[in-house]
Design a protein around this ligand. Structure first.
Ligand code: XIL
Length: 378
């Protein structure tokens, strides 16, 4: 179903269209000028349906005018790709450096974009001092200080936090499939609940998210995540949502759609929201034509979104970047199947900032969701 400008204006005039703050602000010229509604925008299509479309960014990308243009067209929210990680903000035990994150927050504010916080507690991207101090008795102190200072700084602007990231790894052989991280070794499984309770105390209104990957490829991991999240919620731990990172493979791994459906359905039935938080595609069939590669990436995203949307409409649909130009999957250390650092064609825009088939798949999937009409408050 295509939704065109006439319908939008008709609905708006009728006072029937639900607008997000960003949407309403955009109509008043906040950020991106006073142009007419852009039915082609992923952000606007999502805003009309209760889906906040976003992308991971880093502040040095804002001077790239062609990339900035697509960010402002297609995003209603941003998430720091790396500038909120401990390696960026925590150079030493007693220091916090938010210079990079503040640039992202300022850009979001200037353009009336939402903002996600990612991540608070993770085993990845940790400076060496942190692992040492966590394992030497400082874990609870550092967990509390980091959450208090970071959430405290951005609570007025960040409405959704990845409080704990990637805490499950069944291969580590720990009860419950927990990952053998410095946080686990120092505090046991309680570090997860501690983090969520503290984040809630610091921000009573934010969406608190447990974020992880490969639920769509590893049924056992998906089951461990379900067990963890539901057991913590039964104990009153304030987990509002689970983030499907959604780092997909174009051809190398088959989606486990049944396991993914069951995962989403079980969470929804237990009152837990499901978000898409880092969508991109590992696409390493370098011997194929660009068109074939784009088709493969678009096809797996189509199947993925159809599977998830059949169970739940995510309130947040965040891509791990909008363009192959800045994809982390160009870097061999993050994409071992790409040892020579070729372009990975796994995002809505190409290296040259041309639209790829995936973008249309995203727009089509969002536009298949009914528009959320709400009676204007009388
Ligand atoms: C990655 C970023 O893309 C890189 O730029 C950074 O150097 C390392 O982290 N899952 C996550 C993200 O939750 O934080 C990771 O992001 C990708 C995997």
């Amino acid at each position: 179903m295509s939704f065109d400008r006439r319908d939008f204006l008709t609905a708006l005039v009728g006072g029937m269209v639900a607008l997000t703050n960003a949407e309403a602000a955009n109509l008043e010229g906040c950020g991106q000028g006073d142009g007419p509604p852009d039915p082609d925008s992923l952000a606007r299509a999502g805003a009309l349906r209760g889906i906040v479309v976003g992308a991971a960014v880093s502040s040095e990308q804002f001077i790239d005018t062609s990339y900035r243009a697509v960010l402002l067209k297609d995003c209603a929210a941003l998430v720091p790709e790396w500038q909120m990680k401990w390696t960026a903000t925590r150079k030493a035990p007693k220091t916090f450096d938010f210079a990079g994150m503040d640039l992202i927050a300022r850009f979001a504010s200037d353009h009336c974009l939402g903002l996600r916080g990612h991540p608070l507690i993770w085993h990845g991207a940790m400076p060496s001092w942190a692992e040492q101090e966590i394992l030497a008795g400082g874990a609870q102190r550092h967990l509390e200080a980091h959450i208090r200072v970071t959430v405290g700084r951005y609570k007025s602007q960040i409405t959704s936090w990845d409080v704990v990231n990637e805490a499950i790894r069944p291969e580590d052989g720990i009860d419950g499939g927990l990952r053998n991280t410095p946080w686990y070794r120092a505090l046991g499984a309680d570090y997860i609940a501690n983090a969520f309770h503290l984040a809630r105390r610091m921000d009573p209104n934010a969406r608190l998210v447990y974020n992880d990957y490969n639920m769509e490829y590893e049924p056992q991991k998906a089951q461990s995540i379900l067990a963890l999240v539901l057991s913590l919620r039964d104990k009153g731990v304030p987990i509002d949502a689970v983030g499907l990172q959604s780092h997909l493979w174009a051809t190398k791994r088959p989606l486990r759609t049944d396991a993914l459906k069951n995962f989403c359905r079980t969470l929804v039935r237990n009152g837990v929201d499901v978000l898409i938080t880092e969508l991109d595609v590992r696409e390493t069939d370098f011997n194929l034509t660009a068109a074939q590669r784009d088709k493969n990436s678009a096809a797996v995203v189509k199947t993925y979104l159809e599977t998830v949307f059949a169970e739940v409409i995510p309130k947040e649909l965040t891509l791990w970047g909008l363009s192959d130009r800045y994809s982390w999957l160009k870097k061999p250390k993050f994409n071992p199947e790409n040892p020579l650092g070729y372009i990975n064609r796994g995002l809505p825009y190409s290296e040259e900032m041309a639209r790829q088939q995936m973008r249309q798949v995203l727009l089509d999937a969002i536009q298949c969701v009914p528009i959320q009409y709400k009676k204007k408050a009388t």
